[in-house]
Design a protein around this ligand. Sequence first.
Ligand SMILES: NC(=O)c1ccc[n+]([C@@H]2O[C@H](COP(=O)([O-])OP(=O)(O)OC[C@H]3O[C@@H](n4cnc5c(N)ncnc54)[C@H](O)[C@@H]3O)[C@@H](O)[C@H]2O)c1
Length: 459
Amino acid sequence: MAEHRLSLAINGRERLLEKRLVPFSMPAELPAAGNGQARLGSVAIVGLGYVGLPTALALLGSAAQITGFDVSEDRLRAIETGDVDLSDLDVARLEKASGDDSFRLTSDSAALAEADAVIVCVPTPVDENHLPNLSALRSACQTVVAHAHPGQTVILTSTSFVGTTRQLLAEPLHTRGLVAGTDVYVAFSPERIDPGNADHLQRETPRVVGGATTQCALRAARVIGQLTDSVYLVSSPEAAELTKLYENIFRAVTLALANEFSDVCGTLGLDPIEVTLAAATKPYGFLAAFPGPGVGGHCIPCDPHYLLWQLHGRNRPTPLIEQAMQSIHARPARVVERAAEVLAADGRALGGAKVMVVGVSYKAGVSDVRESPALLIIDGLARRGVDVGYHDSLVPVVATPEGSLHSVAAPTGADWDLAIIHVVHPDADYTWVRDCPRVLDATYLFEGLLDSPVQRSVV
Ligand SMILES: NC(=O)c1ccc[n+]([C@@H]2O[C@H](COP(=O)([O-])OP(=O)(O)OC[C@H]3O[C@@H](n4cnc5c(N)ncnc54)[C@H](O)[C@@H]3O)[C@@H](O)[C@H]2O)c1
């Protein structure tokens, strides 16, 4: 295994890791990587979404048989035709996989019974009240338990509340007569994939594994160790589950703080990006987060609610996390308010104005609009009587409360009273924005993207 040095905020603290975090080394009896021989037998991936599909593709060559199982026929068809949102590396892998007998896709859950190892990557969203929606996870775990056999390794990777792995996998398996650590091997290993980010590849991103027993952790680490060069073992699935929640809560809190700090900078007449970059020159104890229009995607706006939900009624207040989530959810409304202020500065009312939202996916370089702040901004503008349009080269249509809205394919800046920059995709053409009379830059970074500066306001 490659050496990976943990970066801690305070130099020298690495010593504290002894006996708490165990770097995993691949056992010598497994074939070495790159010798043409697969290290693993058959591996099944349950749920082929943003996480599951790249995970399945990353196992090409490492597992003798890879089975991708998904309940959605539409998703399977999209994968077969290559109509999926993947990095360039994974597009190439998918092309390779389509002619490879060791890679198969199925909606038949019976295929799970043939696997030596099963990795579960199904969605764990929240509902409109920010309460966990566990239906996909429960259903996937029931399917996995029903098809499990002695000797199988089952690894849950979906983010969830603490105790999920035992409740939904180890205990039902036990009821079936399969004891974790003896008959089957059950573990949790949080996923750390970052779609659209080529700087942090799966192989270079360390993974954490927590098993129901030590044997469970070791068996699971052999599988996860094919996806990444560094695996760390923790003492239990619960420790691994909370690790993932902590990571994403940390991100939620820092993003909420970055947004609040940008408001502080606005009040004091300072540039939040300049201040953030200057603070980030400190080589320890500060991690830069940048303000924006809100926080989207399947993780940060959802995952912290799994912990808040779990702690509710336990007399364990978590005001910081609760406040961060409230701030995150309130941010798109703040963007709408700023749009009204920018127009009002020119004596224009928001109602009746033509406003173009630039970029609607939740982050740059992806077409995923789940929990995207843009959807709330579009809805908030429409409710205020705005004639709202959007342009996104990666997202042709979005659902709205009224039905759907299509991307304006080739917008003309002068047609709009205001452009709100929500997200900017790499290599997309934004020169037309120069002709908009007003620009509200919710990314805070738009100015540097054009050759000549635009007149813009920030949130
Ligand atoms: N997307 C990310 O950036 C990311 C990053 C890290 C962790 N995660 C976590 O990984 C998990 C998966 O997220 P995702 O973004 O890949 O979800 P996704 O919605 O993109 O994909 C999930 C897939 O699972 C399938 N599915 C649903 N129920 C199923 C079932 N019962 N059996 C088989 N397949 C089923 C769906 O059809 C879909 O294709 C979540 O817990 C998420 O929090 C996501």
